[in-house]
Design a protein around this ligand. Structure first.
Ligand code: PLP
Length: 377
C-alpha cells in the first residue's frame, strides 16, 4: 500500500464492533467487570482505553513497529522513554536537540543521575568518540530543530547495534509519511504529535513506537506507572489529523521547496537552511533515508533587529511557537523555543539572534511570498 493510502487505511481506523467509520470516542475511566478480574480486556483507562489503543495501533502500523503508545504531550512521551534508564547511565544526544528535551535532561533527569553528552551527531565519529562504559543509548533528531542538520540513521543504528546501545529517534519533523527510523534500524521512535501528526494546532500529544516486544512491555509498564496518558478525545483528534497526513505533507513539502529557493534570492536573507537545497550539507544522506524534505525552513536575516521587525509585521504568517500545522507559523528560536538554552551554549550551537524558523503551512505559496516581501520592505 502506498503511504498516502496507508495513513487512512491502517486497519485500526474503524470500529470492528459497530462498523463506525470514524472510531468512537470511549469517554470512560473504568469498565464493568463480570466478576472480580473478569473483563473484556479493559480495567481502567490509564492502563488501556479503546480509543487510545486504536491510535496506538495506527502509529505502530505507520512506523512499522509492533506497538505504539500515546502520551499527553511529546515531552511526556520523551520522559517515558528516558525513564527506561537508571542513575549512572549515560546517553549521547544530538547537540541541537529540541529545547524541551535539553531542558528535561539537564534540569530533571540529571537530578536522578542520568548523564548526557551532547555532540554533533551529523558526524557518526563524534558519537563513537562520546561512547563511554556506561553509555546505554543514543538519542537523535534528524533533521534537527532549528538548524535542520542531518544524521545518518542507518550508520548510527549500525554503531548502536555493534555497541549494544538503544537508538532513539525523534521523528517529529518528518513523520512516518517521509521517514521510518525503525525500518532503518532504530529501536524507539518518539513524536511530538502536537505538530504534523495532529496538524491543526488543536491538540498537544506525544507518541512512541517500538519494534521489540520486551521494550514494549517496559514502556507500557512506565506509561501505566507514571500515567501521562492521552485522553480519548485527544486520541480521536489525532486519528482525525493522521487521515490527511499524506496530502498535508505533500503540500507542506511543495511550498517549503519553493519558499526555500525563493528566500535564497532575497538580499535581506543571508543564509537558508533547508535539507531540500542541493547545497545543504546533509542533502544526500537525507535523500537516501527519507521520502521528502519536509516543511521546515530556517533562515538568517542581516541582524536580530531585522528578524524581529519582520516577524512583527507579518499579517498572514502567525508568530507562534510550535510547527507542523496547516497554517504557517514563524518564530525566532533564540527568543522563543530555544530561550531556555543559555546564550553562550546557544551561540556555540549556531542559533543566532538573527535566525528565523518558518513552519511552512498549506496556504497558496504566492500569498506566503507576498506576506514575507511586504514585511521585509
Ligand atoms: C515540540 C517538540 C517536542 C515536544 O513536544 P510537546 O508536544 O510540545 O511536548 C519534542 N521534539 C520536537 C522535535 C518537537 O518539535
Amino acid at each position: 500500500m502506498k503511504p498516502d493510502t496507508k495513513v487512512l487505511h491502517t486497519g485500526f481506523e474503524m470500529d470492528e464492533r459497530t462498523g463506525a467509520v470514524s472510531f468512537p470516542i470511549y469517554q470512560t475511566s473504568t469498565y464493568r467487570q463480570e466478576g472480580p478480574g473478569v473483563h473484556l480486556g479493559y480495567e481502567y483507562s490509564r492502563t488501556g482505553n479503546p480509543t487510545r489503543e486504536a491510535l496506538e495501533n495506527i502509529i505502530a502500523s505507520l512506523e512499522e513497529g509492533m506497538r505504539g503508545f500515546a502520551f499527553s504531550s511529546g515531552m511526556a512521551a520523551i520522559s517515558a522513554v528516558l525513564s527506561l534508564f537508571s542513575a549512572g547511565d549515560h546517553l549521547v544526544v544530538s547537540e541541537d536537540v529540541y529545547g524541551g528535551t535539553y531542558r528535561v535532561l539537564s534540569k530533571v533527569f540529571s537530578r536522578s543521575g542520568l548523564e548526557v553528552s551532547y555532540v554533533d551527531t551529523s558526524d557518526v565519529l563524534n558519537i563513537e568518540k562520546a561512547i563511554k562504559k556506561n553509555t546505554r543509548a543514543v538519542f537523535i533528531e534528524t533533521p534537527t530543530n532549528p538548524l535542520l542538520r542531518i544524521t545518518d540513521i542507518k550508520a548510527v543504528a549500525q554503531l548502536c547495534k555493534d555497541r549494544g546501545l538503544l537508538l532513539v529517534v525523534d521523528n517529529t519533523f518528518m513523520t512516518p509519511y517521509w521517514q521510518k527510523p525503525l525500518v532503518l534500524g532504530a529501536d524507539i521512535v518518539v513524536h511530538s504529535a502536537t505538530k504534523y501528526l495532529g496538524g491543526h494546532s488543536d491538540v498537544v500529544a506525544g507518541l512512541v513506537a517500538v519494534k521489540d516486544p520486551d521494550l514494549a512491555e517496559k514502556l507500557h509498564f512506565i506509561q501505566n506507572s507514571t500515567g501521562g496518558v492521552l485522553g480519548p478525545f485527544d486520541s480521536w483528534l489525532l486519528m482525525r489529523g493522521i487521515k490527511t497526513l499524506g496530502v498535508r505533507m505533500e503540500r507542506h513539502e511543495r511550498n517549503a521547496n519553493e519558499l526555500a529557493r525563493w528566500l535564497g534570492t532575497l538580499p535581506q536573507v543571508k543564509k537558508v537552511y533547508y535539507p531540500g537545497l542541493p547545497e545543504h550539507p546533509g542533502h544526500e544522506i537525507h535523500k537516501n533515508q527519507a521520502g521528502g524534505f519536509g516543511g521546515m525552513i530556517s533562515f538568517e536575516m542581516e541582524s536580530g533587529e531585522m528578524a524581529e521587525r519582520m516577524v512583527r509585521k507579518l499579517k498572514l504568517i502567525t508568530l507562534a511557537e510550535s510547527l507542523g500545522a496547516v497554517e504557517s507559523l514563524i518564530s525566532i528560536p533564540s527568543l522563543m523555543t530555544h530561550a531556555s538554552i543559555p546564550e553562550e551554549e546557544r551561540i556555540k550551537r549556531g542559533i543566532k539572534n538573527s535566525l528565523v524558523r518558518l513552519s511552512v503551512g498549506i496556504e497558496n505559496v504566492e500569498d506566503l511570498k507576498e506576506d514575507i516581501l511586504s514585511a521585509i520592505q
